[in-house]
Ligand binder design. Sequence first.
Ligand SMILES: C[S@@+](CC[C@H](N)C(=O)[O-])C[C@H]1O[C@@H](n2cnc3c(N)ncnc32)[C@H](O)[C@@H]1O
Length: 233
Amino acid sequence: MPDHDNSRMPSPDGTLRPGSDDALRPALDDAAAWHALAPLLRPYLPWTSGAMRPAGLATVLDDVWFRTPAQVVELGSGVSTVVLARLLRELGTGHLLAVEHDDSWATRIQRQLDRERLSDVAAVVRAPLRPHVRDWDDTGWYDEDLLEAAVGQQPIDLLVVDGPPAWQPGAEHARYPALGSLAGRLAPGARIVLDDIERAGEREVLARWQQEHDVVFDVHTAAGVAVGAWAGT
Ligand SMILES: C[S@@+](CC[C@H](N)C(=O)[O-])C[C@H]1O[C@@H](n2cnc3c(N)ncnc32)[C@H](O)[C@@H]1O
């Protein structure tokens, strides 16, 4: 990110420098990120392979800490939603809207937010996937009316794109509509984080976003995310 260095890897002997392509770097970054996240990991959360990697989530949390965004929107809810909400509560500022297409998953995440009395800082919005004019491969997009109603008039300061699921063959570009669909709601200078950037589909989505919008992304390879700053178009 332009306003701070997110690198967490110490390089005491100079062999693992920030920006290195070393194959161990993602695992080491994740281990370092777990330490940084530790104060936010209680009570227990089930960290499955569907969740953001610790290093990617730490990148998002760092942005929240440094920039204190008023409105955070996360596409694709999960344990990341709960951890983000815990940080917002601790900071005492900002609100998170997590958009979820899967009704039963939405119920689980909302229940955890309720259990931890986090409902004043975070909410899960249920928005089923529907055919959408911006679909790349007819994979569908979150119901636009529900999405717009939930986001409301307050500009989005941080957009985390980790849904809809895009790992299945044929759904690799499922996240492409995110930027076109929410462009009009992004605040100038808003940060946009795209997860799973190691996958070919997300790389192709990123390339199209950069062609079609005035936004340039930094790819944080080891953390598995790309981070862009919205210029306003
Ligand atoms: C990449 S996941 C989103 C993960 C979330 N942002 C996180 O880091 O925890 C995309 C979708 O997969 C589904 N999902 C996520 N975690 C899941 C789990 N542990 N079990 C079942 N479905 C899950 C949800 O429908 C979610 O919207």
